[in-house]
Design a protein around this ligand. Structure first.
Ligand code: PAF
Length: 284
C-alpha cells in the first residue's frame, strides 16, 4: 500500500516542503481540489507526475465560490479517504488549510476575470468565478508550483484560470486534463454523490444528449435548432430547470449560432436533476 501523503495546514509548512524539493532540483505540480475525490482528480495527479517529480494536492472547500443558497454545507467531505486515494495515485503532499488560513480576519482582496467568465456559469452563478479566481490565485502563490492541473469537465473554469495566471504573470503552466467518465458516459463529479439510484440512471441522458448534439453540429445542423432539441430531450427525461445548452467558442467563450458552427466550438450543458446540478461540455 502506498504511504499516505503528509498533510500540512499552514502556508509556511507548505513552502518549506516545496522549497526542499526545489533545492533538490525537483519539479513540482499542484492539483487544487475541494476534496471528495474521484478518478478525475486522480488522473490529474498522474498527469502531473508525467512532467514533475512531486505533486501537491490542495483540499479546501472554498466558501467564496458558493452563493448562500448553494451546497457549501452539504458538499461531501472526507479527508481520510481523500488522503488514501491521493497516496495511491502518487501525490506527495496534501495542503489542507482551514478557512482562517485562506481568509484571515480582515481579508479584503478579490480577483475577478472579465471576458471568458461572462456567459454560462458566470450568468447562472454570479459569485462563482470570482471565488474560484481568488482562491486559485492564492493557492498558486502559496505553493509556487511549476504546473497546476485542472479538469476539462469544468472547461470554463479552466479558461478563467488560464486567463488569470497569464494576466497576473503567475510563473506557472496551467494544464487541462481530459474529463473522466463513468461507463455510461456520465462525467465524474463529486456532486454525483447527491444523485439517488433512480436519478443516477437518468443522469446518463446528459452524455447521450451531448453526443447527439455534437454529431448533428459536425454534420452542419444549425446551432439554435440543436440547442433547442437538446433542451427538449433533457426536459422529457425529467431534468429541470435546464440552465443552458449552448455552443460557444472554446477559447474566447463567445456564443455561437444560430447557424452552423466552424472549428473550435464546444457545447456546454448545465441542468438540474432533482437537487443535483449536472454540468458537462463536449468539443464539436
Ligand atoms: O474545481 C474545483 O474543485 C474548484 O473550483 C477549485 C478549482 C479547487 C477551486 O476551489
Amino acid at each position: 500500500m502506498s504511504p499516505r501523503p503528509a498533510i500540512v495546514r499552514t502556508v509556511a509548512d507548505l513552502r518549506q516542503q516545496v522549497a526542499a524539493w526545489r533545492a533538490a532540483g525537483k519539479r513540482v505540480a499542484m492539483v487544487p481540489t475541494m476534496g471528495a475525490l474521484h478518478a478525475g482528480h486522480l488522473s490529474l495527479v498522474r498527469l502531473g507526475l508525467e512532467t514533475c517529480d512531486h505533486v501537491v494536492a490542495s483540499i479546501f472547500v472554498n466558501p467564496a465560490q458558493f452563493a448562500p443558497h448553494e451546497d457549501f454545507d452539504a458538499y461531501p467531505r472526507g479527508e481520510g479517504r481523500d488522503a488514501e486515494l491521493l497516496g495511491a495515485a502518487g501525490c506527495g503532499l496534501i495542503f489542507a488549510p482551514g478557512v482562517e488560513v485562506m481568509y484571515p480576519p480582515g481579508f479584503a482582496t478579490a480577483v475577478t476575470v472579465a471576458g471568458v467568465s461572462g456567459p454560462l456559469e458566470g450568468e447562472k452563478r454570479p459569485q462563482f468565478f470570482g471565488g474560484v479566481a481568488t482562491v486559485v490565485s492564492k493557492l498558486l502563490i502559496q505553493c509556487g508550483p511549476d504546473v497546476a492541473l485542472f479538469g476539462e469537465k469544468d472547461y470554463q473554469q479552466l479558461l478563467v484560470i488560464k486567463r488569470m495566471a497569464r494576466d497576473l504573470d503567475l510563473p506557472v503552466e496551467i494544464i487541462g486534463g481530459p474529463t473522466v467518465r463513468e461507463a455510461d458516459g456520465l462525467a465524474m463529479s463529486s456532486r454525483n454523490a447527491y444523485l439517488s439510484a433512480e436519478e443516477r440512471t437518468v443522469a446518463a441522458v446528459v452524455p447521450a444528449v451531448m453526443a447527439e448534439a455534437v454529431e448533428r453540429l459536425r454534420a452542419g445542423a444549425a446551432v439554435a435548432e440543436v440547442e433547442a432539441a437538446a433542451v427538449a430531450r433533457l426536459e422529457a427525461a425529467g431534468f429541470g430547470p435546464v440552465d443552458y445548452v449552448q455552443a460557444h467558442d472554446g477559447e474566447a467563450m463567445e456564443r455561437l449560432g444560430p447557424g452552423p458552427v466552424g472549428t473550435g466550438a464546444r457545447v456546454f450543458v448545465a441542468a438540474w436533476l432533482g437537487k443535483t446540478r449536472l454540468i458537462d461540455n463536449w468539443a464539436v
